[in-house]
Design a protein around this ligand. Structure first.
Ligand code: BDR
Ligand code: CA
Length: 313
C-alpha cells in the first residue's frame, strides 16, 4: 500500500459500519478519499445520513459523502432494521448531520476518481451490499484494472448464513452485484462470517470502548450495546460480532488474520440458497482462485487495535 493508503469506503451504516468508518478516520495510515453510501441495513436516505453523522462524530466534515444505489441491481431491497434499529444507527443519541451530501452520484464519482488517480493506487473497503461497485464496473469496465484491491465484508462458508440458512446479509441483498465483483478479476480480500463471528464485543471489550470517555468511544460502546441484544438472543454468544471493522483492521494489521487464496462463486439462481458464497476452501475444483477468503482472527489483537485507534479521537 502507498503511504498513507488511499481508500474509498462503500457502506450502509449500520453500527458496525460506523465503527469501521471511525477506525479508518482515526488511522494515519489512511487517506479516506470519500464515503459512498448504499442501501442495505436501512434505505439509502438513512445510510447517507448515518455516514455523515459518523463523519461529524469524528470531526471530519471534510470527507465527502456520496449517495449511491437505492436498490439492488435486479431485486427489491431487503433491509435489517431487526438488527440495527429503525435508523440503522440506534443506540447513541447523535445529532442530525449538518454537513451536506456531495451532490455527485456515488457511482459517477467512483468512476471519475478511479480514472483520474494512478492505476492501482486506490483500495475499496466494501461494508455493505455490492451494488455501487457493480454498477460502476458495469458502466465503466476499464476501472477494474485501476482498483488496487477490494476488501469486503460478506459471505460465509463454515459459519453459513445469518439472513437465510445459506447466505450472509450483504451478499444476499444483491447477489447479482456480488457476482459482478467476484468475477471482475480485481484482487479481493473477503472477511466472511467465519471470521467476524469470532470478533465478539464481550462485556470487557465494550467497557474498554466506553472507558475511552470521548464522544466517539462512548458512542461506539452504545452502538455495540444496542445490537448486542439481537445477537445474544439469536446466537447466545458472548457478545455481538463486530463485522465491518474487520475490513479496516485487515488493512492495518493483516498478520492478525489468516485465510486462503481460493475460488469463490456466488449463487444467484436458487431461491433456497440465494447469495450463498460457494467457497472452494478445500480446493476440490480446478476453478481459479479469485479471493483471499479469511477464516480466522486474533480477536484480542483486533480489539486492542480498534480500541487504540478509537482512543485517538
Ligand atoms: C453485515 O450485514 C450488516 O448487517 C452489517 O453491517 C455487516 O456489513 C453482516 O452480515
Ligand atoms: Ca454493513
Amino acid at each position: 500500500m502507498p503511504d498513507p493508503a488511499r481508500i474509498v469506503i462503500d457502506t450502509d451504516p449500520g453500527q458496525d459500519d460506523a465503527v469501521a468508518i471511525l477506525t479508518a478516520l482515526a488511522s494515519p495510515e489512511f487517506e479516506v478519499l470519500g464515503i459512498t453510501a448504499v442501501a442495505g441495513n436501512v434505505p439509502l436516505e438513512l445510510t447517507a445520513r448515518n455516514a455523515r453523522i459518523v463523519c461529524e462524530l469524528a470531526g471530519r466534515e471534510d470527507v465527502p459523502v456520496f449517495a449511491g444505489a437505492r436498490q439492488p441491481l435486479r431485486r427489491p431491497l431487503v433491509t435489517a432494521e431487526h438488527v440495527h434499529g429503525r435508523t440503522g444507527l440506534d443506540g447513541p443519541d447523535l445529532p442530525d448531520p449538518t454537513m451536506a451530501l456531495d451532490g455527485r452520484p456515488a457511482v459517477s464519482w467512483l468512476i471519475d476518481t478511479l480514472r483520474a488517480e494512478p492505476k492501482g493506487s486506490i483500495t475499496i473497503c466494501a461494508l455493505g451490499p455490492l451494488t455501487n461497485l457493480a454498477l460502476a464496473l458495469l458502466k465503466a469496465p476499464d476501472i477494474a484494472a485501476r482498483i488496487g484491491r477490494i476488501v469486503l465484508m460478506g459471505g460465509a462458508y463454515f459459519e453459513v448464513g445469518n439472513i437465510t440458512p445459506a447466505a450472509e446479509f450483504n451478499i444476499y441483498v444483491d447477489p447479482e452485484a456480488a457476482q459482478v465483483v467476484f468475477r471482475s478479476g480485481i484482487p479481493l480480500t473477503v472477511l466472511p462470517l467465519d471470521v467476524t463471528h469470532k470478533a465478539l464485543v464481550t462485556r470487557a471489550r465494550n467497557d474498554a470502548f466506553r472507558a475511552l470517555g470521548s464522544p466517539a468511544g462512548v458512542a461506539v460502546a452504545q452502538m455495540t450495546d444496542f445490537f448486542e441484544r439481537f445477537d445474544l438472543e439469536k446466537y447466545g454468544s458472548d457478545g455481538a460480532p463486530l463485522h465491518d471493522p474487520c475490513v479496516i483492521a485487515w488493512l492495518l494489521a493483516p498478520d492478525l488474520f489468516s485465510g486462503r487464496e481460493i475460488n469463490v462463486e456466488i449463487e444467484t439462481l436458487s431461491e433456497l440458497t440465494r447469495g450463498m458464497t460457494v467457497a472452494d476452501w478445500w480446493r476440490v475444483t480446478d476453478r481459479r482462485p479469485n479471493a483471499l477468503f479469511v477464516g480466522d482472527v486474533d480477536a484480542d489483537g483486533l480489539f486492542d487495535l480498534l480500541t487504540d485507534r478509537l482512543s485517538r479521537f
